[in-house]
Design a protein around this ligand. Structure first.
Ligand code: MN
Length: 337
């Protein structure tokens, strides 16, 4: 049994692990597949504002139930499961109105608490979601990144009357694209990297914009009867895109932000008021993993080509090096336990 720990920024350690028996409502999960997220890379680099060290990272986790605490109901040993990494108090204002993902006492597995890059992972039962027995566990480990897309598009709203523009064709941009297509929207993807835009095209983008060679404002001027995109999602995490998003958005446009940058950026208030724009911050997901599992099971998404590389967990260092050195060659890199 191993655990992958970031002992301090830049220092990834694979160490032997021991795990106790589950108590109360705990579930012990035998981890099979675990996706590496941009936030895991940030914790390793020392640029994640929420992480404390040492930390066992990993929050995109799928596996099988190994053992159950005495109070757990509705799960059996051997069930295939995915983990929702959002641990919430259930009683604060945000939790009471169904916004558990911004709980006043929020703990994210793999960030605030130890995560699932380990052979055996102890998780509260309320964070364990069963998947069908024939479910591929690599696909199951994509439920969390797809839940990020589900969350932001549920906040902004997304339907077949929308024209969605996504900044960024990295792993999260590609999940937003796929969920927007699932909702029937037209979807445009913007990126600076041609290879990533090619991926966006293969995942169903109606149009791609290579922003270094074509101004986004010109490119979208004919969209939505000349009014511009109705939904704009920043999956690139670049604060300065906000000004452009406000200027190109359609009247009654909705803008969803997924990045955690602390850099200030200048925006024009008139754009927001004159068009009655709405701006949504979207963090993780609010108990949307079961719905995402249904989408994945239905075949309505294209998860398999999202998994660009799979490494043995013991080779985690090489997996992180690939993402660091050749980001545009990777979509989702997973570890196999
Ligand atoms: Mn993630």
């Amino acid at each position: 049994m191993i655990a992958i720990s970031v002992d301090s920024p830049g220092k990834l350690t694979i160490r032997p692990d021991t795990t106790t028996r589950p108590e109360g409502d705990e579930v012990l999960v035998r981890v099979r597949r675990a996706g590496i997220c941009g936030s895991d890379v940030q914790i390793l680099q020392g640029s994640n504002p929420f992480a404390h060290y040492p930390r066992i990272i990993g929050h995109e986790i799928a596996g099988e139930v190994e053992a159950l605490g005495p109070q757990v109901k509705g799960l059996q040993i051997g069930d295939k499961v995915v983990i929702d990494p959002v641990v919430s108090c259930g009683v604060c204002y945000a939790c009471r109105i169904g916004r558990h993902n911004v709980c006043a006492d929020l703990a994210v597995l793999g960030v605030h608490r130890d995560g699932g890059f380990k052979s055996l992972f102890m998780v509260p039962a309320s964070n364990v979601i069963a998947v069908p027995a024939d479910f591929d566990l690599g696909i199951a480990a994509l439920a969390e990144p797809f839940s990020v897309a589900a969350n932001v598009l549920s906040l902004t709203g997304c339907s077949d009357s929308d024209c969605v523009l996504v900044y960024g064709a990295g792993p999260i941009g590609l999940t937003v694209l796929q969920v927007a297509k699932l909702k029937g929207a037209r979807c445009i993807v913007v990126d600076i990297d041609e290879a990533r835009l090619e991926a966006a095209r293969s995942f169903g983008a109606d149009r791609v914009i290579h922003s270094p060679s074509e101004a986004v404002s010109d490119a979208v001027s004919s969209e939505n009867d000349g009014l511009g995109p109705t939904v704009i999602i920043d999956a690139a995490g670049v604060p300065s895109l906000m000004a452009e998003a406000l200027s190109i958005a359609s009247p009654v446009g909705r803008i969803g932000l997924l990045g955690f940058s602390t850099r200030p950026t200048e925006i024009v208030q008139k754009d927001i008021v004159a068009k009655e724009l709405s701006i949504y911050g979207s963090r993780l997901n609010r108990k949307l993993v079961p719905e995402v599992v249904d989408w994945l099971a239905s075949g309505a998404l294209q998860p398999l080509p999202m998994i660009s590389h799979t490494f043995e967990a013991a080779d985690a260092e090489a997996a992180f090096a690939l993402i660091r050195e050749n980001p545009s060659l990777t979509i989702k890199v997973q570890l196999k336990f």
